[in-house]
Write a protein that binds this ligand. Structure first.
Ligand SMILES: [Zn+2]
Length: 132
């Protein structure tokens, strides 16, 4: 069974190609920041560094090292994404609070982040994170 028929790792319950897979092919198909957030999580799971790069806003992209991130993403076992809140401040700005769980060196760890997203390029991108 190829990756195309798998249930999407983002936790939606949908088939990957109907869910984050379509966003990985065309970032413009992310209908909101939450869909982009899910697609970014799945890009960590599948180590799609190019997608993480293009979905990272150019103003903060220098904070992102594709090589280092991919090396790390490959070294851990991704467990699940938990969306804690999603708020759209307006049509161009949105925030997502999430936990992304993984196993590193035999221990369950998680990323807990309040991410900010922007649509000023015409499609949603990850910009930065807020203090929690
Ligand atoms: Zn998905």
């Amino acid at each position: 069974m190829g990756v195309n028929y798998q249930i999407c790792p983002c936790g939606s319950g949908s088939i990957y190609t109907d869910c984050c897979g379509r966003i990985h092919i065309d970032i413009n198909t992310a209908n909101n920041a939450l869909e982009l957030m899910r697609a970014r999580y799945v890009a960590f799971v599948y180590q799609y560094g190019d997608f993480l790069e293009i979905s990272h806003h150019p103003s903060t992209r220098s904070n992102f090292s594709k090589r280092k991130t991919m090396k790390w993403a490959k070294s851990v076992e991704w467990l699940k994404l938990e969306i804690l809140s999603f708020s759209e401040l307006n049509e161009m700005i949105a925030n997502v609070l999430f936990k992304a769980y993984y196993i590193e060196k035999g221990k369950i760890e998680f990323i807990y982040e309040h991410s900010t997203f922007n649509k000023d390029l015409g499609y949603w991108t990850y910009v930065d994170y807020l203090p929690i």
